[in-house]
Design a protein around this ligand. Structure first.
Ligand code: TMP
Length: 255
């Protein structure tokens, strides 16, 4: 039996050909990068934890009628997904000032925003994912105005769902990034959620202490990255209280 064909190599995930047309296998790696890949490390078990957290979130979103690319988890590091045409725009939703917003506008990190703010960034590593407006997106043909409206609506629905989910786990959802893709079915096209949602793509702070439970621990050299990701997984009920850090390669799981 030969290994499936790799069709895309990303910083934290690879994509392989799926078992049927229109499907792909998304493989979560332990690689962590920051500062446009200038900083790189292997964090044992990160891929396994993110696969589980993203499965948890995407399957709940599917269940409440938010379209996502997620079909099912295949093993410790892989999930079966629908193939979509990725829109080259990252959508960031912010509830509390942090990161580049705090820096750009001179706000103290932790300042609650008057309302949730949606921003767009052009997906381009060589340029460091610059922030763009609707005008850039439509002028350069990355998405049309109706698609921008659909991405905004999707982002807001995901924000509402995620804010509640994390609130129930004693976690503040500060901000997060999503990616969207076009799914072609018969003669129809719709925009669905793609990529992943995990502590790699969200800022998550403990409700009481504001302790960071996300990738900022890696970006800012705070240590304890895997412990924090595991804590998120445990609070979401994805990992059991005494589970060891799940390292290693793909293994078959039941279900
Ligand atoms: P920022 O404050 O660095 O602009 O990031 C905002 C949020 O979006 C934060 O949770 C990290 C996430 N994000 C990514 O995961 N990948 C990206 O390429 C960008 C621009 C943001």
């Amino acid at each position: 039996m030969s290994r499936r064909r790799k069709i895309y190599e990303g910083k934290a995930k690879d994509l392989y050909e799926g078992p049927e047309p229109g499907t792909l296998v998304q493989h979560f790696k332990d690689d962590a990068t920051a500062g446009n890949a200038e900083k790189h490390a292997i964090l044992d078990g990160k891929g396994v934890i993110n696969n589980r957290i993203s499965e948890h979130i995407f399957s709940h979103l599917n269940a409440i009628g938010v379209g996502t690319h997620f079909i099912k988890r295949l093993n410790m590091r892989e999930q079966l997904i629908r193939e979509v045409e990725i829109i080259p725009v990252e959508v960031v939703v912010r509830n509390i000032a942090a990161g580049t917003l705090a820096k750009r506008l001179g706000l103290d990190e932790g300042t609650p925003l008057p309302r949730s703010i949606v921003e767009f960034y052009y997906k381009n590593d060589a340029l460091g994912d610059p922030m763009v407006s609707d005008e850039h997106i439509t002028a350069f043909g990355w998405a049309n105005p109706q698609e921008i409206d659909e991405m905004m609506a999707l982002a807001i629905r995901v924000n509402d769902f995620l804010s509640g989910l994390f609130l129930g786990a004693g976690i503040k959802l500060v901000d997060f990034k999503i990616e969207c893709g076009r799914l072609y079915e018969n003669d129809m096209m719709r925009i669905i959620l793609a990529d992943e949602i995990s502590p790699d793509s969200c800022r998550l702070w403990d409700m009481k202490s504001d302790e960071k439970l996300d990738k900022d621990r890696f970006r800012r050299d705070l240590g304890g990255v895997i412990d924090a990701y595991q804590e998120v997984a445990r609070r979401l009920g994805v990992l059991q209280e005494n589970d060891p850090v799940p390292t290693g390669g793909p293994r078959l799981v039941k279900g």
